[in-house]
Design a protein around this ligand. Structure first.
Ligand code: ADP
Ligand code: ZN
Length: 186
């Protein structure tokens, strides 16, 4: 009986509100793989240039080199055959095609780690996140701390008036709020 399985890939999703530590956690996992000398490629959407054009950067300034891309196809074209770990930050900004890509990469034996906002500023599921959570082998949901009352914060409050679903911004535009303190209006 063969009790040693073939090497397999899988999908890990890190989700939560803004400031919940998704990027920090993504970088922690990437760094550990890096220490183990695994071949890693990190991608982020080019529209997220808040702190840096190329690096992924957490709100407390932890960073790691990444490749900015405009769409899912650009990730597909750039993943090398010998890459062992593929990490994608701000994954909520990509189209639903990201779900097929994550499945394909995991099927080909790669560890896929993605981090993204599970809810938009109105509390609705964000882009491809529901499907990514369905196909993932491992899910981590982080909470921030509500800046109003100190309870666990599951939501992101938009602080300026703007109805666009995608509006990239930092602490002047968004804050972490619990369900009691969050309001849908921006
Ligand atoms: P995310 O990727 O989920 O937006 P980051 O990993 O970029 O989060 O940043 C997490 C860091 O943000 C925390 O370690 C902390 O230093 C900082 N931070 C700022 N505001 C808050 C908050 N309200 N609750 C928790 N952490 C916060
Ligand atoms: Zn609150």
């Amino acid at each position: 009986m063969n009790i040693i399985k073939n090497k397999t890939g899988w999908v890990e999703v890190i989700c939560g509100s803004m400031y919940s530590g998704k990027t920090e956690e993504l970088i922690r996992r990437i760094r550990r793989a890096d220490y183990a000398k695994q071949k890693i490629q990190v991608f982020k959407p080019a529209i997220d240039n808040r702190y840096d054009e190329t690096n992924i950067v957490s709100h407390n300034k932890v960073q790691f080199e990444s490749i900015p891309v405009n769409n899912v196809q650009e990730i597909r074209n750039q993943v090398n055959d010998d890459t062992e770990v593929v990490a994608i930050d701000e994954v909520q900004f990509f189209s639903d095609e990201i779900v097929n890509l994550c499945n394909d990469l995991a099927d080909s034996g790669k560890r896929v780690i993605v981090a993204g906002l599970d809810q938009d500023y109105t509390g609705k599921p964000f882009g491809p996140m529901p499907s990514l959570l369905c196909i993932a082998e491992y899910i981590t949901k982080n909470l921030a701390i509500c800046v109003k009352c100190g309870n666990p914060a599951n939501r992101t409050q938009r602080l300026i008036h703007n109805d666009k679903k995608i509006l990239v911004g930092t602490s002047d535009m968004y804050e972490a709020r619990c369900r009691n303190c969050h309001t849908k209006e921006s």
